[in-house]
Design a protein around this ligand. Structure first.
Ligand code: NAP
Length: 294
C-alpha cells in the first residue's frame, strides 16, 4: 500500500488528509494539537508521535501548516520530517509560504535526498475535504509526473507554473490581489452604509456590476450582515500572505503602494481578530470618525 505522511490538520489539512484515506492510501498523520486527528484515526489513520515519526517509510510527505515558521519546524526541526524521510521520497509543501522559504526549503530537502515540489492551493476548506482544490505547482516536469498520484486525491486542476517556487509566486500574487479586493470592498460598503444607501440594493448592484469578482461576491453579503460564522480564512493568514507577497514584490518592482496599503489594512485586521474571518475587516473600517476619536 502506498504510504503518505500528512502533517498539519487545520481547516484545510484535516480535509486533505481525509482525502488520502478515502483514496485508499495508508496515512500517518501528525498535528501539533492531537485532538484534530481524532476522527481521522477513527477512519484508519495512524497518529504519529512527531513529523519525523510520520515521515518514516513514507513515499510522499505532504504538509499543510500555517506559515514559514511552522513549515520550518515540521520539516527541519529536531523532530522534523526531514530527519527520517527515506531518500527519494516526495516532499510536497502545500502550505502558503514565502518565496524565499520555498527556495531555501527545497534546497535543504534536496540536499537530504528528497524530491521537493511546491503545491500551494486555492479553494476553501469544503473544497479541501471534497478533493476540489486547485493545485499551484512549482516543480521540474519529471518531479511533477512522479507527484501526480499524490496530488490526484486533492484536486484535478493542476496549474504548473514552472520550476520550484513558481507555484508559490502565483499563490502569493493571487492572495495579495484578494487582500486588495476585500479591503477595498470593506471600504466601499462602509461608505455606502454611512452615506445611508439602501444596502440590499447596494448588494444587488455589486453582484451584477463590473467590480464583482468571486472574492467580492463571497464577502459582500456576509460583511453587510456582519455574519462571520463558519470562518474559513482568517485575518492572520491573509495578513501573512499579503506580507509575503509584498516582500517578494519589493525584490522585483520599484514600488508596490497598493500591496503595502493592503498589508497595513490586514495588520489592523490581524490585531483586531487574528483567528476570526477576514471579513471582519468591515468592523474596523466602519468605525465612525467620532467613535475612533473617543
Ligand atoms: P489553520 O486552520 O489555522 O491551521 C494551521 C495549521 O498549522 C494547524 O494544523 C496548526 O496546528 C499548524 N501550525 C501552526 N503553527 C505551527 C507550528 N509552529 N508547528 C507545527 N504546526 C503548526 O489554517 P488553514 O486555514 O488550514 O491554512 C493552512 C495553510 O493553507 C496556510 O498556509 C494557509 O495560508 C493556506 N490556505 C488556507 C486556505 C483557507 O481557506 N483556509 C485556502 C488556501 C490556502 P494546531 O492545530 O496545533 O494549531
Amino acid at each position: 500500500m502506498t504510504h503518505v505522511a500528512f502533517i498539519g490538520l487545520g481547516r484545510m489539512g484535516h480535509g486533505m488528509a481525509g482525502r488520502y484515506l478515502d483514496a485508499g492510501f495508508s496515512v500517518a498523520a501528525w498535528n501539533r494539537s492531537r485532538a484534530k486527528a481524532d476522527d481521522l484515526i477513527a477512519r484508519g489513520a495512524r497518529f504519529a508521535a512527531s513529523p519525523a515519526d510520520a515521515a518514516r517509510g513514507a513515499d510522499a510527505i505532504v504538509t499543510m501548516v500555517a506559515d514559514d515558521e511552522a513549515s520550518r519546524d515540521v520539516w527541519l526541526g529536531a523532530d522534523g520530517a526531514a530527519t527520517t524521510a527515506k531518500a527519494g521520497a516526495l516532499a510536497i509543501e502545500c502550505s502558503t509560504v514565502s518565496y524565499q522559504h520555498a527556495l531555501d526549503l527545497a534546497s535543504d530537502l534536496r540536499d537530504r535526498g528528497l524530491v521537493y515540489i511546491d503545491s500551494p492551493v486555492t479553494g476553501l476548506p469544503d473544497a479541501a475535504a471534497s478533493g476540489k482544490l486547485t493545485l499551484l505547482v512549482g516543480a521540474a516536469p519529471a518531479d511533477l509526473d512522479r507527484a501526480r498520484p499524490f496530488l490526484a486525491p486533492l484536486g484535478s486542476t493542476i496549474r504548473h507554473f514552472g520550476g520550484v517556487g513558481s507555484g508559490t509566486v502565483y499563490k502569493l500574487i493571487n492572495n495579495l490581489m484578494g487582500a486588495v479586493q476585500i479591503a477595498g470592498l470593506a471600504e466601499g460598503l462602509a461608505i455606502a452604509e454611512q452615506a445611508g444607501l439602501d444596502m440590499p440594493l447596494v448588494l444587488e448592484s455589486i453582484e451584477h456590476g463590473v467590480a464583482a469578482s468571486p472574492q467580492v461576491v463571497r464577502h459582500a453579503r456576509r460583511m453587510v450582515a456582519r455574519d462571520f460564522s463558519g470562518a474559513t480564512f482568517t485575518a492572520a493568514l491573509r495578513q501573512k500572505d499579503a506580507a509575503y507577497a509584498v516582500r517578494l514584490a519589493e525584490s522585483l518592482l520599484p514600488d508596490v503602494p497598493i500591496g503595502r496599503a493592503a498589508v497595513r489594512a490586514y495588520d489592523k485586521a490581524k490585531a483586531y481578530a487574528p483567528d476570526d474571518d477576514e471579513g471582519r475587516m468591515i468592523e474596523i473600517v466602519s468605525q465612525r470618525k467620532d467613535d475612533i476619536s473617543k
